[in-house]
Design a protein around this ligand. Sequence first.
Ligand code: FAD
Length: 306
Amino acid sequence: MTWSILGSGVTGLCVATALTQQGEKCEVITSDTVAASHWAGGMLAPYCEAESAPAEVTELGLKAIAWWQQQLGTVQKNGTLVVAPQRDTQELHRFAQMTQAHRWVKPQSIEPDVADHFEKGLFFADEAHLDPRLALQQLRTNLIQQGVEFHQGKPKGTVIDCRGMASADELPNLRAVRGEMCILQTSDIEFSRSIRFLHPRFPCYLVPRAEGKFMLGATMLESQDAGKISVRAMLELLTSAYMLNPAFAEAKILETGTGLRPSFPNNLPDIEFKNGTYFVNGMYRHGFLLAPIMAEKLVQLIKGNI
Ligand SMILES: Cc1cc2nc3c(=O)[nH]c(=O)nc-3n(C[C@H](O)[C@H](O)[C@H](O)COP(=O)(O)OP(=O)(O)OC[C@H]3O[C@@H](n4cnc5c(N)ncnc54)[C@H](O)[C@@H]3O)c2cc1C
């Protein structure tokens, strides 16, 4: 029996990996649509996410960090630093109350290149990050090495639909949450971990990548417009980066992008089975954080264990 996985975003590739590792035969059907996964920051931040997500996300996200570490050699487990400008210190206190597994720090003791006017920060030592594009490439390469075929033809087996927002034709509850981001590059600033910048209007984050690159993200808009980044988003994101370190003013803007996060009404992922097809979807802002665990859940479901 063959499993035909539709979609090669993080969900499809995690599902294919989980099935292949159980000895199941899989193929992955691809399309030319750019995946939301391509635009992701790659934060694996189960504790920080508890600020706005239920405890389940933290619990499953911690398991996912271990999963990624097992699959790839490129996960950086350096923690997350959360900062706020002096005038928004109450935001930092609120964030501390909503989350756990952190300690108060002087931001520069963790990341020397954070501007001196940030006097207080929260450090979440057990969080991690990865480069999503590299991670997707590595999963794909591993699957190909194990004989999984990637193609754009007709599915040969039982379909597992992991098409992200494209599945809205079959999943009427699915909605898009637009995320705008950009990639900066500078050799003047070095960060080793994700940095979250709290602000009452536009919380944002920076995730370091190789070669002096930084993913700067991301807006959260109830919109299915996948069009170019807006001036407002760009201004707000770049202002935050500039506040974190004014040397970002000289950074190059390598790329801007917009992705649509596939989301169910409760912002939690789910598995559905209808008309002979499995659907794994609704990753919202947690595709990298939760897809590995949803993939394992699907395998258990298929095997009749749950
Ligand atoms: C700016 C931004 C930042 C984010 N940052 C993070 C983060 O730091 N951490 C985190 O955990 N999550 C993050 N996310 C969320 C994460 O990216 C999403 O939850 C995740 O990408 C959803 O993955 P998916 O595979 O379900 O969908 P997608 O990534 O959209 O993949 C769907 C795939 O289906 C394919 N497809 C479409 N139609 C067809 C078809 N007919 N046949 C075959 N294939 C088809 C598409 O080409 C695509 O490859 C972020 C999202 C955005 C937009």
